[in-house]
Design a protein around this ligand. Structure first.
Ligand SMILES: [Zn+2]
Ligand SMILES: [Zn+2]
Length: 264
């Protein structure tokens, strides 16, 4: 099925400034071609030294390039300035300082690290805990990230399953508790469509969690997690179908960290 992407946003994209392969202009041109209403850039910002994140000296470059491209394409598409920021427990004031230094439209908070272990890229420590325990550690970090109130959006909510790592027993209570915290903390959840192309082969979060988000009144937005321009808006037709089936009638759009509802 092919849908129009008019009225849709893609808020989770990476450029060459972090670990993507495209430059902003190429990304914008693809977004226009695909008919998206908005594209947001969300390059990685990480307090740890990481070659996949924007280096601190590139932060002013990022701000300048985004402000130029916003202006250049303003008659064709709305461009938003976001970041995907790694959450680190106990380092909230350092994170806040960076966030406040940038003229952002939104901030995606993601958990890719447990302590210093980047479980998103390094498979070596899976098996150190049983999976139920690992899920508890991960979702408790998600809850802390939400409660920090630093982030507008929680990124790929159940990314701990990326390498097909699933709990041994039913974790519905943990998921429910987490989603309640998201609601209380006024967080938006992104339906990250990139998961479908990862080993887990399903959206992050999956349909079960999206249903729980809806039941608890947690709003959603959309992101492809594109690291190549061809991935912009990927699987959005399936994503919109899932959201509508679940009961959602709109997604959240951001402007200078304020929110608007866009009908789907
Ligand atoms: Zn991520
Ligand atoms: Zn990402």
């Amino acid at each position: 099925m092919c849908i129009s992407m008019d009225g849709l946003v893609d808020y989770h994209t990476h450029s060459v400034l972090s670990d993507g392969s495209g430059v902003y202009e190429e990304m914008v041109q693809v977004a226009i071609k695909k008919g998206l209403s908005e594209i947001g850039f969300s390059d990685h910002i990480c307090l740890r030294e990481a070659d996949w994140a924007v280096s601190s000296i590139d932060l002013p470059v990022m701000t300048e390039q985004i402000s130029e491209i916003k202006e250049k394409y303003k008659d064709y598409i709305t461009i938003r300035y976001g970041i995907e920021m790694d959450y680190f427990l106990g380092e909230e004031s350092r994170l806040e300082k960076i966030i406040n230094s940038l003229p952002l439209d939104y901030v995606i908070g993601s958990v890719h690290f447990i302590g210093d272990w980047n479980f998103d890229t390094d498979k070596s420590l899976y098996g150190k805990w049983d999976n139920d325990e690992l899920y508890h550690i991960y979702f408790e970090l998600i809850q802390k990230a939400a409660k920090s109130k630093l982030f507008d959006v929680i990124g790929h909510l159940d990314i701990i399953k990326k390498f097909r790592v699933y709990p041994e027993s039913n974790q519905k209570a943990l998921f429910e508790q987490t989603i309640k915290v998201l609601k209380e903390s006024d967080c938006v959840v992104e339906l990250n469509t990139g998961g479908l192309d990862r080993p887990c082969n399903e959206f992050t979060p999956n349909a079960e969690l999206i249903k729980m988000c809806f039941a608890h009144g947690v709003p959603v937005t959309l992101g492809s997690d594109a690291h190549a321009v061809s991935q912009i808006g990927r699987h959005f037709d399936i994503a919109v179908d899932l959201l509508k089936e679940t009961g959602y009638t709109g997604i959240v759009a951001f402007n200078k960290r304020g929110r608007n509802n866009m009908k789907i």
